[in-house]
Design a protein around this ligand. Structure first.
Ligand SMILES: N[C@@H](CCC(=O)N[C@@H](CS)C(=O)NCC(=O)O)C(=O)O
Length: 198
């Protein structure tokens, strides 16, 4: 049985969305986390090394970091077709978009949020405007990051853009707004919202 270590309205919510998309059997374990305002506490029941969410346990095998969980799940449930498998066309793009999310896009947003310059040639990421140009360029050619087919990469990016679409850090883009709406219009997203609020 898969256990998703979860806290409502956080980065773990989108994994309820993904698990629903996959039709996977899973249980949710709600844990406490440290909050930005200094309240809350890491939960000893959470296997994440830093007490963060999401974390996933598959019969004791622990996976953490959102891109790793996405890949683990789509590999484990290949029939759902939510991520190209090793050897299939699109695998390279799929891995690249997943890793880009954690290694480039999130740090780019965080640099902007912290108002910290991104030293070209040293930082492993780029400024948010450059990262978003790449994302928007890709989504201007097709409805999803991998083309015509929705994948778990869209779960990460689509939910992020849906949440931060109105944030001044986000470059304004109709392409991104339409994409976020397309991703969050899926029935599995509505189910995830219900479960998140339970
Ligand atoms: N890089 C991690 C980030 C996870 C993360 O920071 N989650 C936040 C909630 S959105 C958290 O658990 N914060 C509590 C803490 O930092 O202790 C991932 O993408 O999975």
């Amino acid at each position: 049985m898969l256990t998703l270590y979860h806290h409502p309205k956080t980065r773990s919510t989108r994994f309820i969305f993904l698990l629903e998309e996959l039709g996977a059997p899973y249980q949710l374990k709600t844990v406490s986390v440290r909050k930005r305002d200094g309240t809350g506490a890491a939960d000893p029941a959470n296997p994440h090394p830093h007490g963060k969410v999401p974390a996933l346990s598959d019969g004791g095998e622990v996976v953490f970091e959102s891109p790793a969980i996405a890949l683990y799940l789509t590999d484990k449930f290949p029939k759902a077709g939510l991520g190209p498998l090793a050897g299939e066309p699109g695998r390279g793009a799929y891995l690249s978009w997943l890793v880009y999310y954690g290694s480039v896009l999130e740090p780019a947003f965080m640099s902007k949020f912290l108002n910290t310059p991104v030293p070209r040639g040293t930082a492993g990421w780029v400024v948010v405007e450059e990262a978003m140009e790449h994302v928007i360029g890709t989504l201007s050619k097709a409805p999803y990051l991998l083309g015509e087919k929705f994948s778990a990469a869209d779960v990460l990016y689509g939910t992020t853009f849906a949440m931060f679409g109105q944030n001044p850090m986000m470059p304004k883009s109709q392409i991104i707004d339409d994409y976020a709406k397309r991703v969050t219009a899926r029935p599995a997203f509505a189910k995830a919202m219900e479960k998140d609020n339970d």
